[in-house]
Design a binder for this molecule. Structure first.
Ligand SMILES: CC(C)(COP(=O)(O)OP(=O)(O)OC[C@H]1O[C@@H](n2cnc3c(N)ncnc32)[C@H](O)[C@@H]1OP(=O)(O)O)[C@@H](O)C(=O)NCCC(=O)NCCSC(=O)CCCC(=O)O
Ligand SMILES: Cc1cc2nc3c(=O)[nH]c(=O)nc-3n(C[C@H](O)[C@H](O)[C@H](O)COP(=O)(O)OP(=O)(O)OC[C@H]3O[C@@H](n4cnc5c(N)ncnc54)[C@H](O)[C@@H]3O)c2cc1C
Length: 581
């Protein structure tokens, strides 16, 4: 915090790499500066904001977002914590009636936070109105002791981000003032009457906002990983490419280029998609403040789609980068393990990916059916029932490939919808039929989301202001991305008839040429991400390429190297060596 203050950077504006470079194993304040701050900004009314925001900004209040329970994370409607309005005292009584209602996971809840936005089932006048957000003080603001009626702690070691003190929380008939319910969108009045919001999912707004932020952070984490692995691949020499010749840089191997270059491209694809979703989010936020919620469903679906794809792509990409560094990728000082553990959790949190993709699929099927009936559908899914335009672009041009994506995606939705209808006729129950088709439905959502990402990559590269040479590199990278994802999904293109076996062979051939063509650009491309060595914090990825010296220097810092003979020798090893075991 002192470093950031020195450089005049508020924590909420510190970049993901700046924070990650200092707090490798998780940031106990991340949920405070992201979700808690956002919940106050978007769910609290102006009076509540005046009361809490200045205190949160000065870190007098440190908050978290306590929604997930030990029994339910995905199914928000199934939360069990209750907030029952007591009209006598004009208070809400928060209670955790069961073990499964224990709040579980919130970042910083264990030891750091003294307050939380708690999602609880709102009851008033004997009726339940579903999950609503409440501002809840958990600890004394001076002594930091937990308050009577609040039981909390930390949940124990995790795969990674262990400095984030993810916590648990229970309430025992804990009372908070009525005015602690976040009342921007819905209210409980003094007499206990409920005022409903203009859209009943507005209280989920903090999740939507965080999903958008995750997309951007995934591109940054992947950019760090490809920088490390690419620079290392230019330094590392191994084996013989031609027998008897000197060992080449491992980046000369086509298989190594195939491991790295598509993920370098992926950084741009995710980044450009993130910008487009962020623009949409700003528009939707502005319309909501004017009372218009028309585009909220579109934003919800787009943020689900892009969060799912970017978290999956960046996690796989980081793991590929780690593997591409051989043994040295496994050492903590390479920076790759902590990048992996702090990214793979994005597949699960803020909506588990399969669940989010099923939300996307639900929207695709509904929109397809609406389109067939001539009803209006939102812009991103109009293509599902629009006539195909495959023959208008030169064969295998970028535009033709995007059209192939669009038609294949529409085709898959059409095919899956027919399967859903057939299954419905057999089962006579929509929900069972839906479950029976859910693998195919996830594939629909993935292909639609990939189409969106490819389209955003291409349209951004086409409109970007850059020198001809820079543009040409970006165009090659974009082309590589399109072809790579077509080859990974070739079955869909064959099924839709948009590409033939011969087309796929031609594209595959071109992909190999692109790998060779882009090979000299690999290091300049990652240098252009412009990470300082201090921020990257990697023995393998530093700018000067002194990999072996740094690995050796770092090993000297191991606590085991402080003495020649370790204490364990005297305590365990020597007795073992002398025993007859
Ligand atoms: C899966 C859903 C979306 C399902 O919600 P539901 O109320 O059961 O709705 P449904 O019946 O499936 O659909 C009804 C309808 O509600 C729509 N909807 C759902 N969510 C939204 C939204 N946000 N905005 C606008 N619309 C929304 C759906 O699209 C449906 O629309 P439709 O009826 O089809 O027109 C929800 O339960 C959910 O969001 N679950 C995921 C939970 C989650 O993301 N938790 C995050 C906890 S915080 C965290 O992980 C922080 C980590 C950060 C860190 O450590 O750094
Ligand atoms: C590191 C980390 C930090 C977190 N931070 C916070 C936080 O700050 N605040 C907070 O409130 N929560 C937090 N969480 C909780 C997180 O949001 C949930 O874990 C997440 O939403 C997934 O829910 P779940 O654990 O209930 O998984 P489950 O839903 O139980 O998932 C288990 C499996 O069931 C499947 N499944 C579930 N429902 C369906 C369905 N409808 N259709 C098909 N398959 C389904 C899933 O696909 C998955 O394969 C955090 C979690 C982690 C790991």
């Amino acid at each position: 915090m002192r470093k950031l203050a020195e450089h005049n950077i508020p924590l909420r504006e510190a970049s993901i790499t700046q924070v990650h470079s200092v707090l490798r194993d998780g940031n106990p304040l991340i949920v405070h500066t992201s979700m808690f701050a956002n919940a106050l900004a978007s769910l609290a009314n102006p009076k509540q904001q005046q009361q809490w925001v200045p205190l949160a900004e000065k870190n007098r209040i440190i908050g978290t977002y306590a929604q997930t329970e030990i029994g339910h994370g995905t199914f928000v409607r199934g939360l069990e914590t209750t907030a029952i309005f007591d009209p006598e005292t004009k208070e809400f009584v928060l209670h955790s009636p069961t073990i499964t209602s224990t709040k579980w996971w919130p970042g910083g809840l264990g030891k750091t936070a003294n307050a939380a936005i708690v999602m609880a089932q709102l009851y008033t006048q004997g009726k339940c109105y579903g999950p609503h957000p409440f501002f809840v003080q958990l600890r004394d603001f001076d002594t930091h002791h937990s308050l009577p009626g609040v039981i909390l702690g930390e949940i124990g070691p995790r795969l990674g981000i262990n400095s984030q003190d993810n916590g648990y929380l229970r309430f025992d008939h804990y009372r908070i003032p009525r005015t602690n319910m976040l009342m921007r969108h819905s209210q409980v009045l003094e007499d206990g009457s409920y005022v409903k919001p203009i859209h009943n999912k507005l209280s989920y707004g903090t999740m939507v906002w965080t999903r958008v932020a995750i997309v951007h952070s995934c591109s940054k984490k992947l950019a760090c990983a490809v920088t490390i692995a690419t620079r290392y691949s230019a330094v590392r020499h191994q084996s013989e490419l031609v027998p008897g010749k000197p060992e080449p840089q491992i980046l000369e191997y086509q298989t190594q280029q195939y491991k790295l270059l598509p993920h370098i491209a992926s950084v741009f694809a995710i980044l450009f998609s993130a910008s487009s979703v962020l623009r949409m989010q700003r528009n939707v936020a502005a319309s909501i403040s004017k009372g218009n919620v028309e585009l909220l469903p579109e934003l919800h679906i787009l943020s689900c789609a892009m969060k799912a794809l970017s978290s999956q792509d960046s996690t796989q990409g980081i793991e590929t980068c780690r593997l591409a560094c051989g043994g040295h990728g496994y050492i903590a000082s390479s920076g790759l393990p902590s990048l992996y553990t702090s990214t793979t959790c994005t597949i699960t949190y803020e909506g588990e990916n399969t669940v989010l993709l099923l939300q996307v699929a639900r929207y695709l099927i509904k929109s397809y059916r609406a389109g067939l009936e001539g009803l209006p559908v939102l812009p991103s899914v109009m293509y599902l029932t629009a006539p195909s335009a495959m023959h208008q672009s030169p064969p295998l041009s970028n535009q033709a490939l995007i059209e192939a994506f669009r038609i294949s995606s529409a085709n898959l939705v059409k095919e899956t919808e027919s399967r859903l209808c057939r299954q419905f006729n057999l089962e006579q129950n929509f929900h069972y039929a839906w479950n029976r088709c859910s693998v195919a439905l996830v594939h629909c959502a993935e292909l639609h989301s990939r189409y969106y990402m490819c389209e955003k990559f291409l349209s951004t590269v086409e409109s970007i202001r850059a020198s001809d040479r820079v543009r040409s590199v970006l165009q090659d990278l974009c082309r590589l991305y399109l072809i790579h994802h077509i080859t990974l999904n070739q079955g869909h293109f064959l099924r839709s008839g948009t590409l033939s076996g011969v087309d796929l062979s031609t594209l595959e051939e071109e992909m190999y040429e692109l790998l060779a063509k882009l090979r000299p650009q690999a290091v300049p491309l990652v240098d252009a991400f412009d990470f300082r060595d201090e921020l990257l914090g990697s023995t393998l990825g530093a700018w000067d390429g002194r990999v072996y010296e740094r690995l050796y220097e770092e090993a000297q810092k191991s606590p085991l190297n402080k003495t020649d003979v370790s204490k364990a020798y005297h305590k365990y090893l020597q007795p073992l060596m002398k025993s007859n075991l």
